[in-house]
Design a protein around this ligand. Structure first.
Ligand SMILES: NC(=O)c1ccc[n+]([C@@H]2O[C@H](COP(=O)([O-])OP(=O)(O)OC[C@H]3O[C@@H](n4cnc5c(N)ncnc54)[C@H](O)[C@@H]3O)[C@@H](O)[C@H]2O)c1
Length: 465
């Protein structure tokens, strides 16, 4: 029998995985290792790709791409001239850079594109890439509107292309372990899944500095606006586009969709939620933004409920998923705990006691004799195993990842392997569309309409309850 380690949920949350791995080494902490095959393919199978949008996430993806074998970035498109420099710095080589994304789609030697523009450009770029015969890795949330998502599904499937959406936790070894625990049935029936992602920084609240040279001269503002309403150049909208409905989707588009993708992956869900109810508001950032700095949504699924919360005003919980089952509880903790508490993502499983306990609360109103007879009878019918022979899993199993592990590297690796082998990816167009419909569009529909959003699969529409 495993020796129990006594830790409460709070202890688990407070301790970083690094701390736990060090403090509990040799007990029941397991450090997970990537299982993805990391071998260089022959030169003929090197995948050449271009990137459209070399802002914050585009640059992070390029940095991660340097750790993926058998791929080569040959071109980058961005409507902001200064963002033609960073990709070359990251890749430490000269590549073709342009304001015109079409130039990448027209190149015959490019197999795939990464789309890392703001959300309002995802549809056009993925559809045109598919029509040009390119596979695409498109950042989350897949769609800016419901219609965008279905148009993207159609284009990808009609042109037989691979599309992977960029919620990288779907390729994380930690989430694969969580899925293994879920699939094993060890949690028992789960009726509630909670996930929070809390922040309290300028980065977390999208209060980004405007680059000193950003202007209509250095940025093709008209193209950046795309199909959004025309307006004069606005550096605040350019950098903090997540705050505005024309380009982004607030906390649901930024974070809920990540949480929902993780939950859909672990639970094997590939359909929108049945209904959603949101609430929240703008409590601190009264800077003209159109989305809340706090949002909650409760989603009903056929077999469980999902409760999500994101806020930008206190980061105590950071990133935490909790799966509450009849037989056990599973926690997944994010990477962003304060450094002093140890860094790194981690997962824990704690079993509920397997034997069921005597109901002692309501019998407080029974007369003593009646109570004692009931207790004696119950104990006769429920003999306890001898001490030390309990058939229960005790203590907490803890899993973590080694320092330097990157789920983004694994997610990119999965995408480029699919481009090479034509085998499907998990986070494909249908998965990405369902996650965006749920995490983004149903959540915001309810938030802005102040009523319950119901998914109507027949008409592919969100309706009010
Ligand atoms: N997976 C993740 O963890 C993660 C993290 C951050 C952002 N994202 C997603 O990545 C996307 C980009 O976010 P970001 O923070 O990098 O935004 P950003 O504003 O920093 O970068 C977007 C870039 O796209 C460029 N661009 C816009 N339209 C273009 C067009 N038509 N052609 C060429 N370039 C164009 C802009 O000039 C800008 O440089 C968003 O969809 C966001 O939700 C994902």
């Amino acid at each position: 029998m495993k020796k129990p380690i006594s830790m409460t949920r709070r202890d688990f949350v407070r301790l970083g995985a690094g701390t736990m791995a060090a403090g509990l080494a040799g007990k029941n902490v397991t450090i997970l290792e990537p299982s993805i095959l990391r071998a260089s393919p022959p030169p003929a199978e090197v995948v050449r790709f271009g990137i459209i949008g070399t802002g914050t996430e585009g640059c992070d993806l390029l940095r991660a791409s340097r750790r993926v074998l058998g791929i080569e970035c040959v071109a980058a498109a961005d409507v902001y001239d200064t963002r033609h420099e960073t990709p070359k710095e990251i890749l430490k080589k000269d590549i073709d850079t342009t304001r015109e994304y079409r130039r990448l789609l027209d190149r015959k030697d490019i197999d795939a594109v990464i789309v890392a523009t703001p959300d309002h450009w995802h549809r056009r770029l993925v559809v045109e890439a598919a029509q040009a015969g390119k596979d695409a890795y498109c950042e989350k949330p897949m769609s800016h509107t419901l219609e965008d998502g279905f148009a993207m599904v159609d284009a990808v499937q009609t042109n037989k292309r691979i599309l992977q959406i960029g919620s990288q936790r779907v390729s994380s070894i930690l989430y694969a372990k969580a899925k293994e625990i879920w699939d094993s049935g060890r949690l028992g029936e789960v009726d509630t899944i909670e996930a929070v992602w809390d922040r309290n920084t300028d980065s977390g609240a999208w209060v980004y500095p405007i680059p000193p040279d950003a202007s209509e001269h250095t940025i093709d503002w008209n193209t950046w606006l795309g199909d959004a309403p025309k307006r004069p150049f606005d550096g605040r909208r350019y950098v903090s586009w997540r705050c505005y409905k024309d380009y982004g989707a607030g906390l649901p588009g930024d974070l809920f969709v990540h949480l929902i993708s993780g939950i859909h992956y672990i639970t094997g869900t590939n359909a929108p939620a049945i209904r959603a109810y949101s609430t929240g508001g703008i409590y601190h950032y009264k800077d003209g933004r159109e989305f809340g700095d706090l949002q909650w949504t409760i989603f009903d699924y056929p077999k469980f409920q999902v409760v999500l919360r994101c806020n930008q005003n206190n980061k105590y919980e950071d990133q935490l998923f909790t799966f509450y089952g009849k037989k056990g509880t599973m926690f997944i903790r994010g990477e962003g705990a304060p450094a002093a508490l140890g860094a790194g993502a981690s997962l824990a499983f704690r079993a509920e006691p397997e034997f069921h306990t005597r109901e002692d609360y309501s019998i407080g109103s029974w007369p003593e004799k009646q109570r004692e007879e009931y207790i004696a009878e119950w104990n006769r019918e429920h003999p306890r195993p001898a001490p030390g022979n309990y058939n229960v899993e005790s203590g907490e199993e803890i899993y973590t990842v080694s320092a330097g592990y990157s789920d983004m590297v694994d997610h990119l690796t999965n995408f480029f392997q699919a481009v090479r082998t034509r085998k499907p990816v998990v986070e494909n167009e249908v998965f990405g569309n369902n996650a965006a419909i749920t995490g983004c569009h149903m959540s915001n529909y309810s938030y802005f309409n102040k009523n319950v959003a119901v998914w109507d699969a027949a008409s592919k529409a969100i309706k009010s309850a």
